[in-house]
Structures are given as structure tokens and as C-alpha cells.
Design a protein around this ligand. Structure first.
Ligand code: PA5
Length: 446
């Protein structure tokens, strides 16, 4: 389970300023529990881990089995909240070179619908041209352009290659219960469907079929993921004292740091498999808090890689940042540094040590250097990259995000700002219904 250590932030903000958040956090927790805060129609995620039924998990596993048994590749089509959770979990648990290995145990998982790259889509469809592939089409609204466009291409290809009847067995839709183009198509074609609950927003949806189905298809244990999240649901509950509640402490600490001028939070990992957990976290906090002219900017780096690019800025740039490090206690494999009689690289002082020991010293050395450089630091420690640990990590961040948004005084569950680019794009593309906007935007760019 997640352990939070804020010692190296307390030295910046002081114990008393943190303790002062106790009542505000209590109010935020109550607002979440009682559904009395802003965005209260989107609180379905709050007790999701403890309320997922056996029947639902079995249904997901049965569908995952069909895809695993009938596909060499499965393309997960989705964007934002309908993409990042699944990718974060799958990448955290997968072999780093999975796509280069012969697929013996189930399909390779690919992602689409999260960009409008012609080359990306061409190369994807080209790779799939001699493969038996399936599709999981994920869209809550069912009308998101990026996803719909990718699905149109992939569905046509899947039907052409496998025939309509067989394609129907390996195309699954995860969407709204009633509305949207994805629902209409799925019902018309007779695809297996899973519902995205109305009261769960995209960025909080990893424990709905949005995340669980692709994760199960990738071969991971969704029961353990949910169990990890459920354990954290208990540990972060409204009935847990402020001092012992990691979500409460994280939310309060980051708000106090923000108040004291730390406008940017950098999420740090020392394990490349966590890259997409950071991407997921960026969306969670960015969309939840960046509004009304407020909000900590969520940034992320992969160390030690980015110590050789962003390290200088973090050590000596403008002092408006703090770091939150996700630290993985134990690695899954064992590899030691070999002894070399010639020692031309001078690395014999490391001979016999585990690579992770070197990494851990890089982590500690970096933490101390950055704290010395005026960068407050928090550590979020998980025992290992397992389903259970990732589940607990994700629920921890979700719960803390709800509390943190309320402390900041925003509605953490809406995202009105994401519509602006869509309106312009549709106007520029002359989408029916956008005639006036098209004229206005053409005049602007003349
Ligand atoms: O958090 C959000 O609401 C967004 O990131 C959406 O998840 C994203 O835009 C995809 O939307 P949809 O699932 O409707 O296709």
C-alpha cells in the first residue's frame, strides 16, 4: 500500500501551517461523502473499489478471454480519461520490450484514438494488415473526434480482414448506456458493450470498464487492482484522522506549497514503467484543478533520464516548484553489475551491486540535492509494481485530488476548458452546425 512521506516539505512549510488544514480537509471529505460539494453529480468513483461486484468482474474477465483467445493484437481506442488509466496500468506492469517479443500469452495491446496523426494511423493500420486484431472502442460521449476517426478506420479494416460476423465477436464498445454514436453503432452491429457510469468522469474512470477491460485483456489481474484500490479507499476515508490519512496530508501539503508560491508540481519517477502513470496523474490534476484562473501546474519527469535534461532547471531555475516522487521499493527482477578485470570504465566500485541499488542512491542523492536547492519534496512509496500497488496508488491520487480541488475552491469534476479547441477545430473543418463559427474564424485568420 501507499506510504506518504512529507518530511522534506515540512521543513519548507512548517508543521503548524499544515495542521491548520485539518478543519478544511474535514469539510472537503464530508462534502465528498455527503455529495454536497461542487460537481457532486460526478462522485461515482468515490466508493467504486468497494462496490464492484463479482458479477461485473466475471463479465469483464469473460469478455477479455474472448479477445485474448481470438486476437493477435487488440487496439484500445480512446483519449484522455478514456485512455490514460488503462495505458498507465498496462505499461507499469508490462515487460518493457513486450512488442518485440513473440506473443505467446495473449495479444499485443496497442493504442489509438488519442491523436490525429496520419502517419501514426497509417503505420498502425499497416502493422495490423496481416494480423487477427480486435478493437475496444472507449468513449463516454461516443462523439470524440480523435477516437471516432480511429474507430472508423479500424472497424472497416477489421471487418475487411475478418469478415463482418467474426469482427462482431472481437469489437467491444465501452460507452454511455444510451446516447452517442458509439452506443448507436454498437447496438446496431450487436457488439458486446460495457457501460461507463454517468456519475464517473473520464479521469476518474480507471476502475470502470474503461480501464478494467483493456487491463484484463492485457492479462493483468483486475481483482488485485481493485483490491489495492479498496484498501486505499479505507485508508483515505473521511473517518480516518487527518494525521493518519495520506490523501488528506498530500492534498493539504500541496495546497500549502501552492499558497507559498510553489506553482508547479513535478511528479518524479525513477522507473521508466511509470511514465504513463505520470501522464494519467497529469490529466487527473490538470483537468481537476486548472480552472477559474487557479491551479498548480502538473508536470512530470522520468529520472534519472531527465536529470540529464531537466535536472539543471530543477536544481537552479526559478524556485516555484516542488517535487512528488513515486518511489518503488522493490524491483521485480534481479541484475547485478559485473566485475571487469580491466575496469576501463572505472565502474568496479559497483561490481556485485544490484542495478536498483545504484538507482536508489541516484534517487536519494537527487532528493537531497533538490531539497538543498530549495525544492520541497514529497515521497509516495509503493512496495513494487504489482496490480495491488498500482490500484492503491491510483485511488490515493484520486481521493487526494477530490480533497485538493475542494481546498482550492474549484469544481474538481468538470472540464469546461477542453471545449474551446474543439469549437475552433469544427469551425475550421466546416462541420455542419458550425456555419456562423466558421465564418467568424475564417475572418480571424485571413
Ligand atoms: O476527462 C475527460 O472528460 C476527458 O479527458 C475525456 O475523457 C476525453 O475527452 C474523452 O472523452 P470521451 O470518453 O467522451 O470520448
Amino acid at each position: 500500500m501507499v506510504q506518504l512521506n512529507i518530511e522534506k516539505s515540512l521543513s519548507f512549510i512548517g508543521k503548524d501551517s499544515l495542521a491548520a488544514y485539518k478543519e478544511q480537509v474535514k469539510a472537503a471529505q464530508e462534502a465528498l461523502e455527503n455529495g454536497t460539494g461542487l460537481g457532486n453529480d460526478f462522485l461515482g468513483w468515490l466508493h467504486l473499489p468497494s462496490s464492484i461486484t463479482e458479477e461485473h468482474l466475471s463479465d469483464l474477465e469473460a469478455t477479455a478471454k474472448v479477445l485474448r483467445e481470438n486476437c493477435e493484437a487488440v487496439v484500445v481506442a480512446g483519449i484522455g480519461g478514456s485512455y490514460l488509466g488503462a495505458r498507465a496500468v498496462i505499461e507499469a506492469l508490462s515487460d518493457s520490450f513486450t512488442w518485440l517479443r513473440e506473443q505467446k500469452n495473449g495479444p499485443v495491446i496497442l493504442f489509438a484514438g488519442h491523436n490525429i496523426g496520419e502517419d501514426y494511423l497509417y503505420e498502425l493500420t499497416d502493422y495490423l494488415k496481416d494480423k487477427k486484431f480486435g478493437i475496444i472502442n472507449i468513449s463516454k460521449s461516443g462523439t470524440t473526434t480523435e477516437t471516432a476517426l480511429a474507430f472508423r478506420l479500424l472497424r472497416e479494416q477489421c471487418e475487411r480482414q475478418r469478415g463482418k460476423e467474426e469482427a462482431r465477436k472481437v469489437i467491444v464498445a465501452v460507452t454511455d448506456a444510451k446516447k452517442g454514436a458509439a452506443r448507436v453503432t454498437a447496438d446496431k452491429e450487436g457488439y458486446k458493450t460495457f457501460i461507463i457510469p454517468d456519475n464517473v468522469g473520464g479521469r476518474f474512470s480507471v476502475l470502470t470498464p474503461v480501464g478494467l477491460l483493456p487491463i484484463a485483456v492485457a492479462g493483468y489481474d483486475i481483482r488485485a487492482l481493485v483490491a489495492g484500490a479498496a484498501a486505499m479507499e479505507k485508508k483515505c476515508g473521511a473517518d480516518v484522522a487527518f494525521e493518519e490519512n495520506p490523501a488528506a496530508i498530500y492534498a493539504a501539503t500541496r495546497n500549502e506549497l501552492y499558497k507559498q508560491g510553489k506553482k508547479i508540481e513535478i511528479l518524479v519517477n525513477f522507473n521508466p514503467k511509470l511514465h504513463y502513470v505520470s501522464e494519467w496523474w497529469k490529466q487527473l490534476y490538470g483537468e481537476s484543478e486548472g480552472k477559474d484562473g487557479k491551479g498548480i501546474f502538473p508536470a512530470a519527469v522520468d529520472f534519472s533520464t531527465d536529470l540529464h535534461s531537466m535536472g539543471q532547471w530543477i536544481q537552479e531555475g526559478e524556485r516555484t516548484i516542488y517535487e512528488t516522487v513515486i518511489s518503488v521499493d522493490k524491483v521485480n527482477h534481479s541484475l547485478t553489475v559485473p566485475f571487469d578485470a580491466e575496469n576501463l570504465d572505472g565502474l568496479n566500485f559497483l561490481a556485485g551491486k544490484h542495478v536498483d541499488e545504484v538507482n536508489k542512491m541516484a534517487e536519494l542523492g537527487t532528493q537531497l540535492a533538490h531539497v538543498d536547492g530549495g525544492v520541497p519534496n514529497m515521497r509516495v512509496v509503493i512496495p513494487a509494481l504489482t496490480e495491488e500497488a498500482i490500484g492503491s496508488l491510483m485511488y490515493f491520487f484520486e481521493r487526494a485530488c477530490g480533497i485538493s480541488g475542494y481546498l482550492l475552491g474549484v469544481n474538481p469534476f468538470n472540464q469546461p476548458g477542453v471545449e474551446a479547441y474543439k469549437k475552433n477545430m469544427f469551425a475550421l473543418l466546416n462541420k455542419p452546425g458550425y456555419e456562423e463559427a466558421s465564418k467568424a474564424i475564417q475572418a480571424r485568420i485571413k
